[in-house]
Design a protein around this ligand. Structure first.
Ligand SMILES: C[S@@+](CC[C@H](N)C(=O)[O-])C[C@H]1O[C@@H](n2cnc3c(N)ncnc32)[C@H](O)[C@@H]1O
Length: 327
């Protein structure tokens, strides 16, 4: 079946044969030599940085955008009429009365959010190579709106999986089913050819091993589109302190199955740099982008190795974060 495994499909070498990730003005990955940085970290707004990247170069994009873009989420609708006893003074000292006729909170919020995402996702599609994939990690409340947007950019047929990351942490609701999952949408640039390394999928125990025979029971079964995985432990070694950090186990699984050694990966909502950590551990290259100085600080202490280069930010001399060096 097309795209089912890496096999010998020549297109799978598209990304690796071209090391130029950037156009001439921003070009650290062009003519890359052994020993050059494997991870480039950019401080700034991701849209302007994405626009400088060359087309068709990135094998795998993982993004986990914030929901709140910083714009007003509740916008009252007001009607203003002339009234000598009104509450406001306007042009030429005339008095006006202001009435609140509604709250456009819901619509405006989503319009703003989708307008924020759209140009960035257009760029994501452009920079992906022919058999590249996008993994879009999103809160269950926004997933449906984002899927419609992604369908319009990638094409509905390019949607391959809705992965449910299920966890079991925190308080439980007494008034509805406790929401304990995130959604990860997988889109392939070309649904007929993409990287899916079946043999790299980790195996989990059968629920009823007695029904499948000892050999199968010993090997375990492959993971489905529902991934049970703990959150980053608030007390564990993996924790960086970045509030929205995602588990390395989730990102490593995506990187292992959907890219190959030395491939170029991209996360333009990088946060604590989980994708960069996974890339270094698994022998891939990565571009990380974030516009939050705290993200840069965390990435600098987390990925403290020679193969990481910052752009637009100078890493200070914080102590190493143990994550990258954990056994
Ligand atoms: C949910 S966090 C990502 C967390 C990340 N997956 C991790 O494991 O740590 C989203 C990130 O997007 C960044 N961000 C939001 N708007 C941005 C923009 N316009 N350009 C670059 N980064 C942005 C935020 O600073 C935040 O770090």
């Amino acid at each position: 079946m097309n795209g089912d495994s890496v096999g010998s499909d020549p297109v799978r070498t598209d990304c690796r044969s071209t090391s130029a990730a950037f156009e001439t003005t921003r070009d650290p990955l062009r003519d890359r030599q052994p020993g050059d940085p494997a991870v480039h970290v950019y401080f700034g707004d991701n849209l302007s940085i994405l626009r400088t990247l060359a087309s068709d170069r990135v094998r795998l994009i993982y993004v986990d955008p914030p929901f709140n873009t910083g714009k007003s989420q509740a916008r009252p609708q007001l009607r203003t009429t002339r009234d000598e006893n009104g509450d406001r003074t306007g042009f030429q000292g005339k008095r006006y009365r202001t009435e609140r006729i509604g709250l456009r909170a819901f619509d405006d919020c989503f319009t703003d959010y989708l307008e924020f995402l759209e140009p960035r996702l257009q760029e994501a599609h452009r920079v992906l190579c022919a058999d590249g994939s996008l993994f879009f990690h999103i809160d269950f409340r926004e997933a449906h709106y984002c899927k419609l947007l992604l369908d319009s950019i990638f094409g509905r047929e390019s949607f391959l999986n809705e992965i449910i990351w299920a966890y079991d942490y925190g308080a439980r609701s007494r008034t509805r089913w406790s929401p304990k999952h995130d959604t990860i949408l997988w889109y392939a640039k070309d649904p007929a050819r993409y990287v899916f390394k079946y043999e790299e999928i980790d195996r989990i125990p059968y629920m009823a091993p007695g029904l499948v025979g000892p050999e199968k029971a010993e090997r375990g079964k492959t993971v489905t589109d529902t991934w049970w995985h703990t959150i980053v432990s608030p007390t564990g070694r993996e924790k960086t302190g970045y509030p929205t950090q995602k588990p390395l186990g989730i990102i490593e699984r995506i990187v292992r199955v959907h890219s190959m050694r030395d491939d170029l990966l991209l996360d333009f909502f990088a946060g604590s740099g989980t994708l960069g950590d996974a890339a270094l551990r698994l022998g891939r290259r990565a571009i990380l982008v974030d516009n939050n100085p705290q993200s840069m600080e965390v990435i600098a202490s987390r990925l403290r190795v020679a193969g990481v280069q910052f752009h637009g930010y100078s890493p200070d001399t914080r102590p190493e974060h143990p994550s990258l060096f954990a056994s």
